[in-house]
Design a protein around this ligand. Structure first.
Ligand SMILES: [Zn+2]
Length: 283
């Protein structure tokens, strides 16, 4: 089973996770830029983080046989913080880089006017850079959050077929499917979807344009949940080809819209990254 995890925050994970993911069949990941769990107080904190998503983390992933790409944005949780807004001015410089396969995660957290402005501005950046957009839906009041998100996407110049709407569940799947966007589901303990519920949604709403991710981060999460969905699909009578569509070909097609996906990226050209190795103490 080959697996592409289209949404995972490897910065928060250990090398043991990379090993376990490789053993489970993960060969590619996309790491969306997001919140750190505490507010950043300076725009420069974003730039060092973005540089790590474009440099160190792909290097680290390659040591474990996994191709790593990222999405870059001012995330929803910080989009209303005036200390962070200068980041919007710097984003075009990052969106031009080869390792960036979408603008994201963008979207709503609390659905404030400041978040409206950041979302609309970043959808336009996706248009300008010919990139797809990865849009997070709020954890509270999900149905209203999705409706408002879809309205803003429709008012933008970005075609809905170039938009992935993530963190969907039973309350939002129908409206998202009707809209024609790509649909993302996070299989995340306690607060999001689980494998059996995911299989039920694949039965009722199909496998086309569906992406399954772990959204694993610094919370109580698990980078192997996409593998569990694959196993649950097979146990429920889906074919190997259905599993491959959801866990590999759909994310390849969506992020392939960027024209920048390089799935051979898991071959490190150099044993060090800017003079630093993962082997602390040298070798
Ligand atoms: Zn995330």
């Amino acid at each position: 089973m080959r697996i592409f995890d289209p949404h995972i925050h490897m910065t928060s994970r250990t090398t043991d996770d990379y090993r376990a993911m490789y053993d489970a069949g993960v060969r590619a990941v996309v790491e969306p830029s997001f919140w750190l769990g505490q507010p950043r107080t300076h725009p420069a904190s974003f730039y060092d983080y973005f540089d790590a998503l474009l440099g160190w983390e792909p290097f680290r992933a390659a040591q474990y046989g996994i191709a790593h790409h990222c999405t870059i944005a001012l995330n929803p949780k910080e989009a209303g913080d005036p200390r962070c807004l200068p980041v919007l001015e710097e984003l075009p410089r990052y969106l031009a880089k080869d390792g960036v396969v979408a603008v994201g995660e963008i979207g709503y957290d609390s659905m404030t006017p400041a978040e409206d402005r950041a979302l609309a501005a970043q959808l336009q950046m996706a248009v300008d850079h010919e990139l797809p957009a990865m849009v997070h839906t709020p954890h509270r009041d999900k149905a209203a959050g999705l409706t408002r998100t879809l309205d803003v996407v429709r008012e933008s110049d970005l075609p809905i077929e170039h938009v992935l709407i993530d963190h969907l569940n039973e309350t939002t799947v129908a409206a998202a499917t009707d809209s024609g966007c790509w649909r993302g589901f996070s299989i995340y303990p306690d607060t999001k979807m689980d494998p059996d519920r995911m299989v039920a949604l694949l039965r009722s709403h199909g496998t086309e344009c569906v992406l399954v991710n772990s959204a694993a981060d610094w919370g109580n999460s698990d980078p192997l949940t996409p593998r569990r969905v694959g196993e649950a699909m097979l146990a429920a009578g889906f074919t190997e080809d259905d599993v491959d569509l959801v866990l590999w070909r759909n994310p390849v097609e969506f992020y392939g819209l960027s024209g920048r996906l390089d799935l051979d990226a898991a071959e490190p050209a150099s044993p060090t990254h800017e003079g630093n190795s993962v082997l602390r103490g040298g070798e």
